[in-house]
Design a protein around this ligand. Structure first.
Ligand code: UDP
Length: 252
């Protein structure tokens, strides 16, 4: 049975970065190309899910959901529960890259602006010479190109498919194609490639440590204010939620 904390109905696993890596490896072993879904919910996800039933149901179908943001950690605390640590999306991504470098797991990078996933592969190759990135494709393909993208992924049958199309598009895309995709694990990765490609700089480590990265991002991308305005509403909703502990989730 999974050890999850449910925030406004969305299950999130009580795992460390190392646990998340280990569980991903276990899922790769048992998946047999059945496209198990791994998500990284943050406050925006949880709030979107309250209004978007399709997204809500997809998040409940994950095989693993990692605690991505400080808002998720605080949401748990308000319920008297504790995550062992926060796992920013990029940190989980890097864990899987490290495992690929050590053990050869094959990886496909889908999403980001044209040229970005190529740049990510190039940068990672310098740092992790044995990383096994078998294919990349940008995330701005039309419906008529989608079939070819899926065919290419399926011809490579990667262990892990990273999808960065922004939320909830990436999670919906994975769910929509789950039955066709011949990958062991597929995971939504939001803006991770933009950091890895050096297009956007992450906050200095001390700002990350004190949980203020959201503020740093806000200063650099003021249009994010609209997204972050959901935070106070979220906190109030969590405080008054009646379904605090509802839902038991098992590994799928
Ligand atoms: N993206 C994409 N295709 C799309 C929309 C977005 O490949 O149709 C990429 C975008 O280039 C970016 C990533 O998805 O690299 C995440 O987008 P965003 O910053 O909106 O999402 P967040 O990081 O907030 O989840």
């Amino acid at each position: 049975m999974r050890d999850t904390i449910t925030i406004l109905g969305v299950p999130i696993d009580r795992v460390t970065r190392n646990d998340a890596g280990k569980i991903t490896e276990d899922l790769i072993q048992v998946s047999n190309k059945s496209c198990k879904m791994i998500f990284a919910p943050n406050v925006e996800f949880i709030m979107m899910a309250q209004k978007d039933e399709e997204f809500f149901n997809i998040l409940k179908e994950s095989s693993l959901s990692t605690p991505d943001s400080i808002g998720v950690i605080i949401g748990a605390k308000l319920q008297g529960k504790f995550f062992p640590e926060r796992i920013p999306g990029q940190s989980y991504f890097r864990k899987i890259i490290e495992l690929s470098n050590e053990k050869g797991y094959s990886i496909y990078l889908l999403g980001g602006k044209p040229g970005i996933p190529e740049k990510v592969r190039q940068n990672l190759k310098k740092e992790f010479p044995n990383v096994n990135i078998v294919g990349v494709h940008h995330g701005y393909f039309g419906e008529n190109e989608e079939k070819a993208v899926i065919q290419e992924i399926n011809s490579l049958k990667p262990n892990v498919l990273f999808v960065a199309l922004g939320a909830p598009k990436q999670e919906k895309w994975i769910k929509q194609h789950q039955k066709e995709l011949q990958v062991d694990v597929a995971t939504g990765q939001g803006g991770t490639y933009d950091y890895e490609a050096g297009r956007i700089k992450r906050a200095p480590e001390w700002i990350q440590k004190i949980g203020m990265e959201w503020f740093w991002r806000l200063l650099r991308e003021p249009k994010r204010i609209k997204r972050q305005l959901v935070l106070p509403v979220y906190l109030i909703k969590v405080l008054f939620a009646k379904d605090k502990t509802k839902g038991k989730f098992d590994y799928k």
